[in-house]
Design a protein around this ligand. Structure first.
Ligand code: SF4
Length: 403
């Protein structure tokens, strides 16, 4: 049975509703259990759970240190392309947004990766919008192959594919695949995805399973907080993680925590999760899934990021740019607009924007960054907090030796 079938059969909306009246006593009882089920998780994320946040934080910190030690794995996103055939109301790259676009050539991708390597990164997440014309499967394979020799940890966040299409990417050296469901609420999903292949909710939901079948050994999932009720999203995420841990047990499961940020198109979040609730959610996830890695991106501000380091986070991005060419200015001379899949030169494009001075690139980013510190500054802060920043923790050669 795929996760879609399990997801359809679970009383997630009911649990989310019940969670709203959860008491501190129920949350305390749930926190004391060695195996936490979905009903317990609902108690942990309830308002009652919020009343015992200190207890949850203490337990979360303890478990994280036991399972992962005092380390934070650092990575950087490398945007390959901001072309996209989808219209996602909350994303700056949506096809109908008249933004400045570019797809990096292989050499330009190498330049960006070399800059990240110089900064210390050995874990790179390749990100691209979904546009088969600009971002073909062969292009992605070549990007992975070009980077893999230099950088042992290459993961992907790209449009979903068939398992057969994923296999060459794994063979080229990609170890991880991130696919955020955006929202587990079918009605909101339909409302947010108005055009393009991404409209297919079930196809996206089954993507981690196809990726696992193709051989990916790190699978990242998450909703995008700010679209639907956060408790419903969290419960769905917990159900999804639980399914993957049972069915894709050779893979390391990673949970992301993206909250909506301002972007082109000026979409306003539809729902809100407070910082305090965000902390509660992280603790609840850690207590429920002691062994999953949890990623915090630069969407959040430095103060909150620093405060969350001891509370359950294991992975962080740093110094991130969300536009292709953001680290070196690569691809700047090719920047254009795209209308119905056709490249339109800037001087002919309606709404042309003048180049911005003193910036390495003028391609439009996916969203605004909340933590603008350099990787060195982030690493230094991690050390000050008593943790070790880890730039590389995986090498495919070790897998071969231990297989
Ligand atoms: S969220 Fe992804 S698929 Fe949707 S518009 Fe942005 S890049 Fe394209």
């Amino acid at each position: 049975m795929s996760f879609v079938a399990e997801f359809n059969s679970l009383p997630l909306a009911e649990l989310a509703k019940k969670s709203l009246s959860g008491t501190a006593a129920a949350a305390r009882a749930a926190a004391g259990k060695s195996k936490i089920n979905l009903a317990d998780f609902a108690a942990l994320i309830s308002p009652g759970g919020g009343e015992i946040l200190e207890t949850l934080g203490h337990r979360s910190r303890q478990i994280t240190q036991q399972r992962f030690g005092k380390v934070i794995r650092l990575f950087a996103p490398l945007y390959l392309s901001n072309e996209c055939v989808n219209n996602c109301s909350y994303c700056g790259f949506s096809r109908d947004n008249p933004i400045l676009r570019v797809t990096l050539s292989l050499d330009e991708v190498r330049r960006e990766a070399a800059e990240l390597k110089k900064q210390g990164f050995r874990n790179i997440l390749l990100v691209a919008g979904e546009h088969p014309k600009f971002v073909s499967n062969n292009y992605l394979r070549d990007c992975v192959a070009a980077l893999h020799a230099e950088c042992p940890g290459v993961s992907l966040e790209v449009g979903p594919m068939e398992a057969e299409e994923y296999r060459p990417l794994v063979a080229a050296g990609a170890e991880g695949l991130i696919v955020y469901q955006e929202t587990y609420d079918r009605a909101v999903y339909a409302e947010m995805h108005t055009a393009g292949p991404k409209r297919n909710f079930d196809w996206r939901l089954e993507t981690p399973e196809r990726a696992y079948a193709a051989g990916f050994r790190r699978l990242g999932i998450s909703p995008l907080y700010g679209l639907a009720d956060w408790r419903y999203e969290a419960l769905s995420l917990a159900a999804h993680a639980d399914y993957l841990l049972r069915h894709c047990w050779k893979a390391a499961i990673n949970i992301g925590l993206p909250r909506l940020r301002p972007c082109a198109g000026e979409f306003e979040p539809l729902t809100h999760i407070t910082d305090r609730e965000f902390v509660q959610l992280i603790c609840a996830l850690r207590l429920t899934f002691p062994d999953v890695s949890i990623t915090l991106s630069t969407r959040e501000n430095p103060r909150l990021r620093d405060g969350l380091i001891p509370l359950g986070i294991t992975n962080m991005s740093a110094g991130a740019r969300t536009e292709p060419g953001g680290y070196t200015g690569a691809g700047r001379e090719k920047i254009h607009q795209t209308v119905r899949g056709r490249v339109v030169e800037l001087d002919a494009a309606a709404g042309e924007r003048a180049p911005v001075a003193n910036r390495p690139t003028n391609a439009t980013g996916q969203f605004n960054i909340g933590d603008e510190r350099t990787p060195v500054e982030v690493a230094e802060r991690i050390r000050q907090l008593g943790y070790e920043p880890v730039w590389k923790d995986w090498d495919a050669a070790l897998t071969t030796l231990t297989a």
